[in-house]
Design a protein around this ligand. Sequence first.
Ligand SMILES: Nc1ncnc2c1ncn2[C@@H]1O[C@H](COP(=O)(O)OP(=O)(O)O)[C@@H](O)[C@H]1O
Ligand code: SF4
Ligand SMILES: [Mg+2]
Length: 337
Amino acid sequence: MTGTNPEADMPHIEPVIEIANLSIATGHTGTPLVDDVSLRVDPGECLGIVGESGSGKSLTLRSVLGLLPPALDQTQGTVRFRRDKEEGLRPVAPRDLRGHGVSMIFQEPMSSLNPTMRIGDLVAAGPRARGMSRRDAAERALRLLAEVGVPHPEQRARAWPHQLSGGLRQRVMIAMALSVEPTLLLCDEPTTALDTTVQDQILTLVENLRAERGLALIFVSHDLSVISRIADRTAVMYAGRIVEQGPTHDLVDDPRHPYTRALIESMPQLQGPPVRLKTISGSPPTAGLLPPGCRFAPRCPLVVDACRQADPPLLDIGPHRASACLRQAEMKVGEPV
Ligand SMILES: Nc1ncnc2c1ncn2[C@@H]1O[C@H](COP(=O)(O)OP(=O)(O)O)[C@@H](O)[C@H]1O
Ligand code: SF4
Ligand SMILES: [Mg+2]
């Protein structure tokens, strides 16, 4: 289902990437997993994607780089990318983006660090593949390891991935991502597997790199407190669809979808006395077994009969804001719902 373009009234900055009407399904049964997702990221901007596990965040990111699992198909959607300031957005094939303008970091670095290569060689591999001499690539690797905060880079460059802690491995993966000088970095829950202190350090590193290098980011997390710290704008995903989108502060202060509100209420507060966190009752629908009408209806405290008639499209609800809830206007701050 296609809604109006929620970004239509944004000031005219040409985005670095524009993903339009992306849908993904299982190849065998055609079960839809991601449904008509459209996103854009402006230069230097961080777009957050948040939603419970299984909502389609990773598949959305992976499809941008053509990294979908073999059992899945992209059934519709286009990606346009802008390689440099002088160029306009151009349609691109996913494989042409990988390492050429776009890099990706993952939740579990061990699965993307070749265990048979030393750290220095891993970070040098991207530049080497692009024709850089062995010596220059090795120097770049050392510089990058230092930049991402790996202590004693010369010594660490000779280590194997399994000899490093989870936090250091994540720093190495970030160095590998930066080694090909991307303008857009895709981050798939890069802090989720880390303890909170290390998570905080890695988030600070990503924030600093973004500021220093003018990187644009798409940052995916199930944790709205992480997203609200790092993202300028946020898209909330539920059961394969975007259900709300807007500037992160506005969305957190004045959510216009009951699912966003539920995510906020389950978010630990940093300030004030400890309170018991609410959990979201029920669980997301199983892929292929969607309820009739609004996908959130079985869990929604505001559900009415009309919600079960058709899945509400994502519609503009104000400057830079979009919601896929029939009752969003009643949720306005101060309204009694
Ligand atoms: N290889 C696969 N085969 C079949 N279903 C898959 C596969 N990978 C992911 N899925 C399903 O697609 C949905 C979205 O997955 P994913 O994008 O990984 O969610 P998220 O990253 O939001 O946790 C989930 O229902 C998941 O079970
Ligand atoms: S459309 Fe209805 S069921 Fe869906 S989120 Fe809004 S109020 Fe809840
Ligand atoms: Mg995921």
